[in-house]
Design a protein around this ligand. Structure first.
Ligand code: C5P
Length: 308
């Protein structure tokens, strides 16, 4: 590399977690996946992925922050896989990367934490290595790593079809105030889908998200949004974790205008009418003893973005 070219020593990317405002699922497909019609919203709980130069062919990751001990740091780490994939597909010469992930998004919580880290690693390494790669290409590479990765790159509010990886923007006005209730423990997405299949769940026909939900987003009407939240996986998450049903009933009694298990759970997203109600709700839920911790967030927010 020429001495006149300035090379970034470290690149930091901030990337948001997601909730699913609607999640409709087909029966299991022959490839093992489920066709989805889902509305994602990125919310203000963030992981940070930092990438630094490493000797060619060397890839490592260190994970710090909440639940860091639950994230693998070997070759199975999705951020490492993302960096290697980008190297294989685009890097013109031998490169390596040292990654640091600062976690806040819950691990295996239904908020795409692993996919967010993969999205962050794709963007951070693309900038670090100064690659000529478009956002669309990053999205295509992301889809190879996980169905939620393309959305984690873009953020905002979007309709996901296919495996959830084919995105179309959804018009959404205003800011929504959510209280996230993080549970003790995790739920495995494959296990949730497996129980979904064993129960014979899944729509045989065309999948549709509620028109009322899309209209609520266009109108910026939180009450209508709260009434139209839907998740086909929720019953299965409740069966595996019965306390989630109790938690949702409790939050609703406390005045939440909507409540939904996010993705395959166990995180529950409670919708508040405004910021003041979200403050009250988060205090009351923290005292309930029904969840590990509570976080007040807003959405929509952007997806993976450079911090420095
Ligand atoms: O795509 P990702 O690796 O994040 O998905 C994790 C698992 O979730 C898949 O292996 C599959 O079992 C399940 N899944 C699915 N249908 C989808 C998305 C995920 O069955 N559309």
């Amino acid at each position: 590399m020429s001495s006149e070219v300035s090379v970034a020593e470290a690149v930091r990317v901030r990337v948001a977690g997601k909730i699913n405002l609607a999640l409709r699922s087909s029966k299991r497909r022959p490839d093992g996946y489920h066709s989805l019609a889902t509305v994602f919203q990125a919310v203000s709980v963030f992981d940070e992925v930092e990438a630094r130069w490493a000797p060619p062919g060397r890839f490592s990751v260190r994970v710090v922050g909440e639940q860091a001990d639950r994230v693998p740091t070997d070759e199975s780490n999705l951020a490492v896989r993302a960096a290697r994939l980008l190297r294989d597909l685009v890097a013109p010469g031998p490169v390596g990367a040292e990654l640091v992930i600062r976690k806040t998004i819950p691990v295996a919580g239904g908020m795409a934490g692993g996919s967010a880290d993969a999205a962050g690693a794709l963007l951070a390494c693309a900038v670090l290595w100064d690659l000529d790669v478009s956002p669309e290409e990053l999205g295509e590479f992301g889809a190879r790593l996980g169905a939620d990765v393309p959305f984690c790159l873009t953020g905002g509010t979007a309709l996901g079809t296919g495996r959830g990886d084919r995105l179309a923007p959804v018009l959404s006005r205003g800011t929504y105030h959510w209280v996230l209730a993080f549970s003790e423990g995790e739920l495995s997405t494959p296990e949730v889908f497996e129980l979904f299949d064993r129960n014979g769940f899944g729509s045989p026909g065309d999948l549709e998200v509620p028109a009322g939900l899309l209209n609520a987003l266009v109108a910026g009407d939180p009450h209508a949004l709260g009434e139209n939240l839907v998740n086909d996986l929720q019953t299965v998450a409740w069966a595996l974790r019965p306390e989630l049903e109790t938690l949702i009933a409790h939050g609703t009694e406390l005045g939440a205008i909507g409540a939904i298990v996010s993705g395959s759970g166990p995180t529950v997203a409670f919708l508040a009418a405004n910021e003041a109600q979200a403050v009250d709700l988060s205090v009351d839920l923290s005292c309930s003893g029904l969840c590990r911790s509570v976080k007040r967030v807003t959405g929509p927010v952007p997806g993976a973005r450079l911090v420095s």
